[in-house]
Design a protein. Structure first.
Ligand code: HEM
Length: 155
């Protein structure tokens, strides 16, 4: 088997077992969910300004987010990024923003996807969102402990 055949066989195997395949998700549905969601995010009174402060090029951001969701639900492995580092680098993201983000994500999923696909997008976002939120809180708590130690014991 050539490398290309091997890759094609592995890709096909992953597509068979990917959770999105059973739920009827395809790339067009991912694009619809991601593009509709971020159009609403940009208009949102709380989330909009946070994204406006960090995202310079929306076309690049949307392509990256489509790759992310393709990797999560279709196991394509297309996403190359670090969500934890990206969120940790945005100091204006608050823990309470995650519930707002997720509520909007659920609304859009119910609107633009069939029920099984919406259930999957929602379940995955809830899991990933919770681990990002907890990770951020831990990082920030560790950071402020370090800052307090530095302040209490200068030099
Ligand atoms: C709850 C589930 C969430 C998921 C699944 C998610 C997913 C992602 C992913 C995959 C990226 C790209 C990471 C990379 O560049 O490697 C990203 C970037 C970003 N996210 Fe989230 N996110 C979530 C929640 C939030 C929330 C609540 C906010 C705050 C309003 C937020 C704000 C941002 C911003 C501003 C960026 C761009 C960071 C930068 O490029 O500097 N995200 N997100």
């Amino acid at each position: 088997m050539t490398d290309a055949e091997d890759l094609a066989a592995r890709t096909a195997r992953r597509a068979q077992i990917a959770p999105g395949t059973a739920a009827g998700v395809d790339e067009a549905m991912i694009a619809r969910q991601v593009h509709t969601f971020y159009a609403r995010v940009r208009e949102h009174p709380r989330l909009g300004p946070v994204f406006a402060a960090h995202v310079e090029d929306w076309d690049t951001h949307l392509a990256k987010l489509c790759d992310f969701w393709s990797s999560v639900v279709l196991m394509t492995g297309r996403f190359k990024g670090s969500p934890m580092a990206a969120h940790a680098g945005a100091a204006d993201i608050q823990s309470s923003d995650f519930a707002v983000w997720l509520e909007l994500w659920r609304q859009v999923a119910r609107e633009v996807c069939p029920p099984a696909a919406a259930d999957l997008f929602i379940a995955k976002a809830e899991m990933i969102g919770e681990s990002l939120r907890q990770g951020l809180e831990m990082l920030r708590a560790a950071g402020s402990q370090r800052a307090r130690r530095t302040l209490s014991f200068p030099g």
